[in-house]
Structure formats: structure tokens, C-alpha cells
Design a protein around this ligand. Structure first.
Ligand code: PRP
Ligand code: URA
Length: 258
């Protein structure tokens, strides 16, 4: 079954500008400066689409000629970039919504286990916004985004949307199973994860490509395949296949001592 039919919360852009810019972004010869520009432009386009259903309040506007009915955005919006790679998406969103608040969450993905590790969180005690947009270019296993949603829900966020440039089917399944109420807006859903948990065809490492931090071959997708990471990916893929056959959708963790 088509992924979009299985997950009604998944919104894949069909905008020709998104398709065009994504192709440039994927190109291995695209330099960090151009890469950052494209991340920004794509974030603008996807953010615009993600906010299409926000509510407005009626408002009277005085034009130079007469009073007319206008509208103002109703909910307070919080942008939640997931450090590091999500940082490149913030400016474009702030151009669209200058009054949005920005709340940073720092997570990195452990390369061996593919599990997210939290290292930064400065959210105040209670939620100060009604709608949160999680900004992260890549939705791979879905571990980072599901963990971010957990944090935001505990914080009291009422409505949460994920905006990503590229997703893997496995990541969409993980996030949707854990949080079916979260809208997922993406530029593309790619074929799969490879055995290191990288999206293929993808674009490589979004953080490294934005910030020019290539650490040699060890940081490249496909290098130094770890058994544990490969097993995590296989488990996600079995779960996705089972879901397609109408079986349980929640990926099962192996017992801790295995
Ligand atoms: C990348 C990306 C996501 C995460 C996605 O971050 O920006 O946060 O991986 O993977 P997942 O869906 O499997 O959790 P990374 O850990 O590379 O950190 P970085 O942004 O600091 O480079
Ligand atoms: N993080 C990335 O930056 N790229 C991927 O393909 C997967 C996770």
C-alpha cells in the first residue's frame, strides 16, 4: 500500500520548486554554501505548506481608502530546531513568522545503536506556544523525531508538526506509530535506510554537508557498518513490512541482554 495512504498524517510536497531544489541538494558536488541556501529555500517552501491549516482570527484593517476585513494568525507558534542540522531551517521559518519563538533541542544519533542521545534542552517548565514545528532535515529511523515529540508532549505542547526535507519510510512508520497525531511534512520519501541507518538515495549527512564537517571516509554513509545498527534497521524494515500486511506497527526492541 502507498505510504501516504497508510499514514494520513504524512504530507509529501508535490511542488515543482521543491522537486527541483531537492535534486540540487542531493547532488554530491553541491558545496556547503549552496547546500545551506537550498536548505533555507526548501524550509521556506515546506514551512509554507505545513502552516496551511493554522487558524486565523478576524481583524479590521484600515487601508488608505477604507476599513476592510483582515485576519491575523491565531496560535502562538514555536519553532523547535533539532541541533545541529535543524539550525539551517530556522531563518526561513522566522522570515515566514517573525513572531515565532525558537526552542532548541540538542540530540545526536549514536552511530552504533542509532538511538538518539539528548545533550541540550532549554525548554521552560510549561509550554508557551500552541503549535510546535519540529525542524530537522532528515527523518531516518524516526528515533530523533519521536524522542523530540515525547519531550514536547511532556512540556505540554498541544499540537506538533514535523518538517523534514527527506524521510525514509521506516522513519515515517516509527513516528506515525508512536505519535499518529503529529503531522509530517516532507519534500520526499526515499526508498529505504541502508544498513548504517542512512537514507538512500538521500543526501548523505545533513549536518556535515551544511557545516562542512566531513571527517573523512569514516563519516561517510556505507562505511564501517556496525552489526547493532544493521540489526536496528532490519527490525524497522520487518516492522514496516508487517504493517503493510496489516500486522502490528510498533517496532519491537530486543531484550536488553541480547
Ligand atoms: C541527524 C538528523 C536527525 C537524525 C535523524 O542528526 O539531523 O536529527 O540524524 O536520524 P534518525 O531519524 O535515525 O534519528 P545527527 O545525529 O547526524 O546529528 P547532527 O545534526 O548534529 O549532525
Ligand atoms: N542523518 C542524516 O544526516 N542523514 C541520513 O541519511 C540519516 C540521518
Amino acid at each position: 500500500m502507498e505510504l501516504a495512504a497508510r499514514y494520513p498524517n504524512l504530507h509529501v510536497s508535490r511542488h515543482p520548486l521543491v522537486l527541483h531544489k531537492l535534486s540540487l541538494l542531493r547532488d554530491r558536488t553541491t558545496e556547503p554554501k549552496k547546500f545551506r541556501e537550498l536548505v533555507r529555500e526548501l524550509s521556506w517552501l515546506l514551512g509554507y505548506e505545513a502552516m496551511a491549516d493554522l487558524t486565523t482570527q478576524p481583524l479590521d484593517v484600515e487601508t488608505p481608502l477604507e476599513t476592510t476585513a483582515g485576519a491575523e494568525l491565531e496560535p502562538k507558534v514555536g519553532l523547535v530546531p533539532v541541533l545541529r542540522a535543524g539550525l539551517g531551517m530556522v531563518d526561513a521559518m522566522l522570515e515566514l513568522m517573525p513572531s515565532a519563538e525558537v526552542w532548541h533541542i540538542g540530540l545526536y544519533r549514536d552511530e552504533r545503536t542509532l538511538k538518539p542521545v539528548e545533550y541540550y534542552n532549554k525548554l521552560p517548565d510549561a509550554a508557551t506556544v500552541q503549535v510546535c514545528l519540529i525542524l530537522d532535515p532528515m527523518l531516518a529511523t524516526g528515533g530523533s523525531s519521536a524522542a523530540t515529540v515525547d519531550i514536547l508532549k511532556q512540556w505540554g505542547a498541544a499540537r506538533i508538526k514535523q518538517v523534514s526535507l527527506i524521510a525514509a519510510p521506516e522513519g515515517v512508520a516509527t513516528l506515525s506509530s508512536a505519535h499518529p497525531d503529529v503531522d509530517i511534512h516532507v519534500g520526499a520519501v526515499d526508498r529505504a535506510l541502508n544498513e548504517r541507518g542512512y537514507i538512500v538515495p538521500g543526501l548523505g549527512d545533513a549536518g556535515d554537508r551544511q557545516f562542512g564537517t566531513f571527517a573523512g571516509p569514516a563519516s561517510e554513509p556505507g562505511h564501517a557498518i556496525g552489526d547493532e545498527a544493521a540489526e536496528v534497521v532490519r527490525r524497522l524494515q520487518r516492522s514496516l513490512a508487517g504493517e503493510d500486511r496489516g500486522q502490528s506497527s510498533v517496532p519491537k526492541e530486543p531484550p536488553p541482554d541480547r
